[in-house]
Design a protein around this ligand. Structure first.
Ligand code: IPM
Ligand code: MN
Length: 334
């Protein structure tokens, strides 16, 4: 059987095309060194696709994602992000959003941060049912037993490869049924896996992330809480420009930076490509190319040690210059 190697690249908007070129440079280096037979096809989605094709997620892109690709590598998208990434996650059945927050340079305030947020990715208020009755708008929060169980399994697996501890984050003191079901089912699954866990209300978890992030190993939470907490965790770990994510399920997967289109710096060649390159590392590992993935991650760490970074983290390199340094280390071995 063919190994996983078909990558659908969606560059996106704003700094998306720049960080995507950076990712491609690193992928070329990986191919040069490991000869994995990776194939990359480009597709267009987002604001520019909406302008050019009349839809932020054109049908041909959906077809490629569903029928051609093994994995989708997506840059940040602008105003239409919600109309691109939410349907893509649903279409691919990517029910777990894995968001590591790991510092590459220890921070003066928080030291070395190393935690993973595992965010439920298809339910909650992202289920997509909103309606208006008279003067009142309603948004449905959906929380199923199966949805909680499957994402809890992912969190349990991560924990068993890490420090072995999951914190289930919810707000079951108010949302007794929806969050109550999530915490109960997730707890059952983790107990069944023999994984140690505790629980925290989401407001307290936000406070604790700011006060003492090393208190956490794996944070397992619902979709919207995970959206908010993962920005906070990324910032605490060194900046949102460094944070990658993997949207995984039982079939295909989608890899993307946590950050957005960053219009203020778009086109200037200074965007930090780290999140996108670390998304490539996660993608390679998921594809079964663990060694290549680890090499990319190590090359990024080494770039930070040597100060080969962009201005947002105190360096003076441009996007492609930093990517070329990382690619060079991948090629020559780190
Ligand atoms: C993210 C983004 C998306 C989300 C938006 C663009 C729909 O903020 O990936 O965190 O809310 O999931
Ligand atoms: Mn977000």
């Amino acid at each position: 059987m063919r190994g996983k190697g078909r990558i659908l690249l969606i560059p996106g908007d704003g700094v998306g095309p720049e960080v995507s070129e950076a990712a491609l440079r690193v992928l070329e280096a990986v191919e040069g060194r490991y000869r994995l037979g990776l194939e990359v096809r480009r597709a267009e989605a987002g604001d520019s696709a909406a302008r050019r094709h009349g839809s932020p997620l054109p049908g041909w892109v959906e077809d490629l994602a569903l029928h051609w690709a093994d994995a989708v590598l997506k840059g940040p998208v602008g105003e239409t992000a919600g109309e691109v990434v939410v349907p893509l996650r649903r279409m691919l059945g990517a029910y777990a959003n894995v968001r590591p927050a790991r510092s590459l340079v220890p921070s003066r305030c928080w030291g070395r941060v190393d935690l993973v947020i595992v965010r439920e990715n298809l339910e909650d208020v992202y289920y997509g049912v909103e309606y208006v009755v008279g003067d009142t708008a309603f948004a449905l929060k959906v929380s199923s037993r199966a949805g909680a169980a499957r994402v809890a399994r992912v969190a349990g697996l991560y924990a068993s490869r890490r420090r072995g501890r999951v914190t289930i984050v919810h707000k079951a003191n108010v949302l007794k049924l929806a969050d109550g079901m999530f915490r109960r089912e997730a707890g059952k699954v983790l107990a069944g896996m023999g994984v140690e866990y505790d629980e925290m209300y989401v407001d307290a978890a936000a406070m604790m992330l700011a006060r003492n992030p090393s208190r956490f190993d794996v944070v397992l939470t619902m979709n919207q809480y995970g959206d908010i907490l993962s920005d906070l965790a990324a910032e605490v770990a060194g900046g949102i420009g460094l944070a990658p994510s993997a949207n995984v399920g039982d079939g295909k997967a989608l890899f993307e930076p946590v950050h957005g289109a960053a219009w203020d710096i778009a086109g200037k060649g200074v965007a930090n490509p780290t999140a996108m390159i670390l998304a490539v590392a996660m993608m390679l590992e998921w594809m079964g190319h663990a060694e290549a993935g680890a090499t990319v991650a190590r090359a990024v760490e080494e770039a930070y040690r040597r100060g080969y970074t962009t201005p947002d983290v105190g360096g003076s390199m441009g996007t492609m210059e930093m990517a070329s340094k990382i690619a060079g280390m991948v090629e020559s071995g780190v």
